[in-house]
Design a protein around this ligand. Structure first.
Ligand SMILES: Nc1ncnc2c1ncn2[C@@H]1O[C@H](COP(=O)(O)OP(=O)(O)OP(=O)(O)O)[C@@H](O)[C@H]1O
Ligand SMILES: [Mg+2]
Length: 231
């Protein structure tokens, strides 16, 4: 349902994506792996429309969305959990969640129960300011905010980065629950290989802006992925 074909992206003269192609399917997790600075976030920016691509195409549910603006992509059901979480520190947890309503029609503006069953801490902290939450709680809030719009495609940029192990487990459970719903496609950008291997159906390792190795769950070789990431 998401097909990314041969995309190139430049920051001025510097090329950040070189002919990247990936796919995502409902009920499956596509993992994008790679060291710092290889272009993982740039790929997600291209998918959500935060930064224009120079060439290539992005097809979502059969429609070419390559030139659509970010809010139009959100309206079609593309949800994004950005690297570094980007919580509004002065807004309460509830207000942060409600910012996820933006792409929804007025009648659809309610917070799904899943958000609180996946992350009970958000329910108990609804009135607290985003900035008062721990890093792990903020990550849960960022995922909750993306779920508020009931995405068909969920993009997560390094959700385990700087997070304590117990909350990484909660986040892993949440991603696994969302995958098992069967109707959401997930693209998970990670550097934490063990986490990705537990959840992933497809794997793409990036280096210097390009996908240099890929495999799927049936022929997953974590050692080889690890070697590719280290090269
Ligand atoms: N706005 C920008 N302007 C210019 N160069 C940029 C910009 N954003 C990223 N880059 C460069 O593009 C390359 C890819 O960056 P990107 O953020 O996509 O990597 P990444 O794989 O997400 O890294 P990390 O794991 O550290 O988050 C890097 O060389 C980075 O310095
Ligand atoms: Mg990044």
């Amino acid at each position: 349902m998401l097909e990314v074909k041969d995309i190139n992206l430049y920051y001025g003269a510097a090329q950040a994506l070189r002919g990247v192609s990936i796919n995502a399917q409902p009920g499956k997790v596509t993992c994008v792996l790679g060291r710092n600075g290889v272009g993982k976030t740039s790929l997600l920016r291209a998918l959500v429309g935060q930064y224009p691509i120079a060439s290539g195409s992005i097809t979502f549910e059969g429609a070419d969305i390559t030139t659509l603006r970010p809010y139009e992509r959100a309206r079609r059901g593309i949800g994004f959990v950005p690297q570094g979480r980007e919580i509004f520190p002065l807004l309460t947890v509830e207000e942060n969640l409600r910012t996820g309503f933006a792409p929804l029609k007025r009648d659809d503006r309610n917070i799904p129960d899943d958000v609180f069953s996946l992350f009970p801490v958000l329910q108990s902290m609804l009135g607290r300011r985003g900035g008062d939450l721990s890093g792990g709680q903020q990550q849960q809030l960022a995922i909750g905010r993306a779920l508020v719009m009931r995405p068909k495609l969920l993009l997560l940029d390094e959700p385990t980065e700087g997070i304590q192990p117990s909350i990484i487990k909660d986040i892993g459970r949440a991603i696994s629950y969302l995958r098992n719903l069967g109707n959401i496609a997930i693209v998970l950008v990670e550097q934490y290989l063990d986490f990705a291997c537990e959840l992933g159906d497809y794997f793409a390792v990036m280096d210097r802006g390009a996908v240099k190795f890929s495999c799927d769950r049936s022929n997953l070789d974590a050692t080889e992925i690890s070697r590719q990431m280290a090269l």
